[in-house]
Write a protein of this length. Structure first.
Length: 302
């Protein structure tokens, strides 16, 4: 018997902040890779997630939400990351909230070229009161861009996610896989650890803490476990904030918030890394870092 024809391609997930791009990536990959929170600008790095189905390898690239509100060094780096992806993929998933389209969506849509096929992914369909109301909106969207297809869905609906695979597959070229069958992402465990700390930081501080906070991994060491035991991972991380008042928010009353950030990060990392994890956290103030090009690069932003 002949081997099935292999397909493999890059699929960019783009859109404004908080439309569900990271939730969609995690659903497509089948495991949490990209952190999520209600805070805008949660995703700050290009994250690749890999999913193999039969003879097809889907390589999804989650991008930061395109920033239009604040012109600082951090946001310029994030937007550069988005632009670097959309011109080098086989397919674009342009994610919007079903039934909605505003100026921020329009600025992202304007970045899409005519040579790369794009699907309109109308996410959060479960939040739409009447599905019939979507039809006129879809007709309006047809006038905005020559989308290859329209795909209303909810990233939290397993059946919708499975249908999206079938649609994406048609646009991927016939070629050998780019990654081995057991690879899940091109990002390191150290990177995933920093992202997990940042997610807990944002989730547990809510809107109190400005988006200009980040996490730097100072030490990431692993040891083989004793016979029959899991390996041990030791992590030391620093949370960077811009003001002393922000530092106090992160630490919390008698250090309780800091402790909770560490505990929740450890529990989630132990599941993700399949290891025993020890984590130490510190907080440092670096005033104005988000508008300092050199410091933004030193903190790992492209």
């Amino acid at each position: 018997m002949t081997e099935p024809v292999q397909r493999c391609g890059l699929i960019a997930i783009v859109g404004k902040p908080n439309v569900g791009k990271s939730t969609l990536l995690n659903a497509l990959v089948g495991q949490k890779l990209s952190i999520t929170s209600r805070k805008a600008q949660t995703t700050r790095h290009r994250i690749t997630g890999i999913r193999n189905i039969a003879s097809t390898q889907f390589v999804f690239v989650d991008t930061p939400g395109f920033q239009t509100r604040h012109d600082n060094a951090l946001n310029r780096a994030l937007n550069k990351s988005v632009l670097g992806v959309i011109h080098d993929v086989d397919l674009i998933l342009f994610v919007v909230e079903a039934g909605k389209f505003n100026q921020a969506d329009g600025k992202v849509l304007a970045l899409l070229g005519k040579n790369t096929p794009a699907l309109l992914v109308a996410n959060k369909l479960d939040e739409v009161g009447r599905r019939a109301d979507i039809a006129p909106w879809l007709q309006e969207m047809q006038t905005r861009h020559a989308f290859a297809e329209f795909f209303p869905m909810s990233a939290r609906n397993t059946k919708d996610v499975q249908r999206l695979f079938a649609v994406c597959e048609r646009f991927l070229p016939q070629q050998p896989w780019s990654y081995s069958a057991d690879e899940l992402t091109d990002r390191s465990e150290k990177f995933l650890a920093s992202e997990m700390v940042r997610e807990k930081l944002f989730r547990l501080t809510g809107d109190e803490l400005p988006y200009t906070s980040t996490v730097v991994i100072d030490r990431f060491e692993e040891e083989a476990g004793r016979k029959g035991q899991k390996r041990l991972v030791r992590i030391a991380a620093t949370i960077i904030v811009e003001r002393d008042s922000h530092k106090a928010m992160v630490i919390g009353d008698k250090g309780e918030r800091m402790k909770r950030i560490g505990t929740e990060t450890r529990v989630e990392l132990e599941a993700l890394l399949d290891a025993k994890v020890f984590i130490e956290l510190w907080v440092k103030v670096r005033s104005g870092w988000a508008d300092d090009e050199a410091r933004v690069r030193s903190f790992g932003y492209e």
